[in-house]
Structure formats: C-alpha cells, structure tokens
Design a protein around this ligand. Structure first.
Ligand code: SF4
Ligand code: SF4
Length: 133
C-alpha cells in the first residue's frame, strides 16, 4: 500500500499525520519530500546511514579574468542577480535562477553555468523501525 500526504500550504499537519501513520506501520519506507523544511526526522529521531549531495539547479559564475566590464549581463538579467561592486560584476547566488541568458549574451565568454548543490539527501533508519525489527 502507498500513501501520499500532501498540501500546498505549510503548517497544515502533514508531518504530524505522517508521523502518526509511521507509528502504526511496522514495516514501512517513509519519505519526507518537503523541498523547504523536511522535518519529519525531528519527531522520529532516525539514524542517518547514507547522505548524498542534492543538485537542485544551476547558478551563473563570472570569470573575472575574462570579464571586460561591459555590463550587458547586469542590464539583461531579469532576476536582478548581477551586481556591480568593487569595480567588478558578481552573481548573487541567491537571486540567480540559472536561466543561462547572461552566458548567451556575454561577448567575452566570461560566464559559465555551474551545478548548484544546495542541499543533501539523507537516508535514515528510524529508531522506531529499529525497535520493531
Ligand atoms: S556580459 Fe560578460 S563581459 Fe560583460 S560584464 Fe557581464 S560577464 Fe563581464
Ligand atoms: S543565469 Fe539568468 S538569473 Fe542567473 S545571473 Fe544569469 S541571467 Fe541572471
């Protein structure tokens, strides 16, 4: 049997309901797929046995050696993710959406797009499961 508990809004009790089902399930795989604040582990106290980097997108990077300072990237970025400071252009990694437009327009080939690892995937054994096995 597979059960999915979802809601578009936070704070509606998804984690609490899931934890309650987990307490009833003796042989189960439970996945918390919250992309912002996965916190089921706070209730179930699992033991992490495997952890991997999670790549969720891409970010632009400016090579300061190649950049000629023309400013086209800053002018055209729709996300306001390129700043001019200390006499150079820099990417604000929190604002960059990785759309690659700056890379396409840069006449100097100074922009690259890098994979963005901003999280980790963790595989855990719950203390509850260990006790019941
Ligand atoms: S478009 Fe390229 S050369 Fe021009 S400021 Fe941006 S990174 Fe530098
Ligand atoms: S990749 Fe897109 S969002 Fe990021 S800095 Fe370049 S143009 Fe802006």
């Amino acid at each position: 049997m597979r059960i999915a508990i979802t809601s578009g809004k936070g704070g509606t009790g998804k984690t609490s309901i899931t934890a309650a089902f987990a307490l009833l399930a003796e042989d189960s795989v439970i996945t918390d797929c919250d992309v912002d604040a996965a916190d089921l582990h706070l209730i179930l106290s699992p033991e992490v046995y495997k952890s991997e980097n999670f790549v969720s997108g891409a970010k632009a990077l400016i090579d300061r050696e190649k950049c000629t300072g023309c400013g086209q990237c800053k002018e055209l970025c729709r996300f306001g993710a390129i700043e001019f400071r200390n006499n150079g252009y820099y990417i604000d990694e929190y604002a960059c959406e990785g759309c690659r437009f700056c890379m396409e327009v840069c006449p100097a080939g100074a922009v690259t797009i890098e994979k963005y690892e901003n999280n980790r995937t963790q595989f855990k054994l719950s203390a509850l499961h260990i006790k019941l096995s």
